[in-house]
Design a protein around this ligand. Structure first.
Ligand code: ADP
Length: 492
């Protein structure tokens, strides 16, 4: 009851400020974005709608902090301690952050709490890792010593999506700051509140002014200005492929490096010999988690023919029992982020229905859910034509597609048959097949007899092809957030 009450009242009426150069500031124009709760469609708070000039002042502050401030001289172990301290402050403010994340995005409070736990883990991991990245010495010519240093890029600009704002900010900030970069983060206009709170907590933790800046506003204004700013040294983005293209074009004009995490159409492959009872709840949660608004959602299930009917029927039964409701009711899933996203999901569903794709089951929207919320009941389709729009494009909603297959070769061809390649799940008891499939499926992460949509902060994460490039999470993100400098001494 306590957390349910907090999540329906937190930040009511609060006018949030962004954090630039250690100061809480409104936008220079005074323009603001109204914060709508997806659960009831009601405005409950606001934050600054920044433009080019605000972004410029944040980037300048980050530049100064990188070049001249105490941050630029801080030993790695001290940077790590600040990151660890930030993780502790997240823990101390866990209830509020989870409530804020849930109210801002419409996700069930349970998911908000899981996101806060992952956020703490990111800071714990990267706080501990900050002083453990080092270079090599290289055998070179007689009379020389050659070595490499890992150096930060400088100012990292980070454009954050609305689906997991806390977690994604934490994974970028943790790795970027651990390596000695400074940060200007631009959260999504649909979900900026926890990013603002994180920047406030970073100040409380003792990060020097200018190291952890959060500039809020619309993608077309603040986001575009950050991507195009010539003083930003490196850009990370998580979001849709179309926006990723726009950001890469902007970065290309300054010849800056980028890390892109652009979503997926991730398959789970269920062979006839699999432990189907173990697979079923995972097949469901991989698409229902966060209302399917997860880059790594398991949105396609490929099922070997001998067990197709059995698995399809079991999934249909489970789907028909799933309900969507307000975040504070903590049901299976919440509302979608905004009316536009709901219309998009409806568009995919209507198109598939019109083309005669069989609907195996629909979940429901809870009768007590506020009518003005942005709900969409889960839908299970199968079998789905592998060439259809529904099979090929990322829906980003609670829509699951089933596909039958005959043999391993067909499973691989279906799994690799979209432009995406982010995550895959393989369900089989055959050990040799597990290894073959893990190698042949094109995905940045492959889970065998399990699936981790968004899970595992230690595990490098990122895509092939349209899913993006570069890797976040784990130790590997520290390499992405730094670059190699080779130093050669001629000592004769
Ligand atoms: P959606 O279309 O659902 O809003 P996006 O992938 O476009 O998802 O948004 C992810 C993030 O990208 C948000 O922070 C958004 O503000 C930002 N963004 C959107 N358009 C641009 C752009 N042209 N340049 C930079 N950032 C952008």
């Amino acid at each position: 009851m306590g957390s349910s009450h907090l999540s329906s009242s937190v930040a009511e009426g609060r006018a949030f400020m962004q954090v630039i150069d250690g100061k809480s500031l409104d936008s220079l124009s005074g323009n603001r974005v109204e914060v709508v709760c997806p659960s009831d469609g009601r405005v409950f708070a606001s934050f600054p709608a920044s433009g080019e000039a605000d972004v410029d002042s944040a980037v300048q502050a980050a530049r100064r902090a990188f070049n001249d401030g105490p941050w630029s001289r801080m030993p790695a172990v001290e940077r790590g301690r600040l990151i660890t301290r930030l993780g502790q402050l997240v823990a101390e403010n866990a209830e509020e952050l989870a409530a804020l994340e849930s109210r801002d995005t419409g996700k069930p409070v349970r998911q908000g709490k899981a996101d806060v736990a992952a956020t703490m883990r990111y800071f714990e991991f990267y706080g501990g890792a900050a002083d453990k990245v080092h270079g090599d010495t290289i055998p070179f010519l007689e009379g020389y010593t050659a070595l490499t240093l890992r150096e930060p890029h400088g100012v990292v600009g980070s454009i954050i999506p609305w689906n997991y704002p806390l977690q994604i900010l934490a994974r970028v900030a943790g790795a970027a700051l651990a390596m000695g970069n400074t940060l200007v983060a631009k959260p999504a206009e649909d979900a900026s509140l926890t990013a603002i709170r994180m920047a406030e907590l970073a100040l409380e933790a003792g990060f020097p002014p200018g190291t952890f800046n959060v500039v809020t506003g619309y993608g077309s204004e603040a986001g575009a200005a950050l991507a195009a700013h010539p003083m930003v040294d490196y850009i990370t983005f998580t979001g849709s492929p179309a926006t990723g293209t726009a950001i890469q074009q902007a970065a290309a004009l300054n010849n800056r490096g980028v890390t892109m995490e652009l979503g997926g159409k991730s398959p789970q492959i269920v062979f006839a010999d699999a432990d189907i009872d173990a697979a079923l709840p995972v097949l469901v949660s991989a698409i229902i988690q966060n209302g399917g608004q997860t880059c790594s959602a398991g949105s396609r299930v490929l099922i070997q023919r001998p067990v197709y009917d059995r698995v399809a029927a079991a999934l249909a039964k489970r789907f028909s029992e799933i309900s969507a409701g307000p975040h504070y009711a903590d049901l299976d899933l919440g509302a979608l982020i905004n009316p536009r996203q709901r219309s998009r999901v409806e568009g995919f569903v209507h198109d598939a229905e019109e083309k005669g794709t069989p609907v195996l089951a629909r979940g429901r929207v809870d009768a007590d859910a506020p009518a003005a919320g942005f709900y969409h009941a889960p839908v299970l389709f199968g079998p789905v034509d592998a060439a259809s729009m529904l099979a090929q494009e990322e829906v980003f909603g609670p829509v699951l597609c089933l596909f039958p297959f005959e043999d391993e070769a067909e499973a691989i061809s279906l799994a690799n048959g979209t432009e995406y390649g982010l995550v895959a799940g393989i369900w089989t008891r055959d050990g040799a097949r597990q290894h073959r499939l893990a190698k042949r499926v094109r995905a940045g992460q492959v889970f065998v007899n399990g699936y981790g949509a968004g899970g595992g902060i230690e595990l490098p994460f990122g895509g092939f092809r349209k899913s993006g490039h570069g890797r976040e999470k784990g130790f590997e993100a520290l390499l992405g957030m730094s670059t190699t400098k080779t130093v050669v001494f001629n000592h004769g």
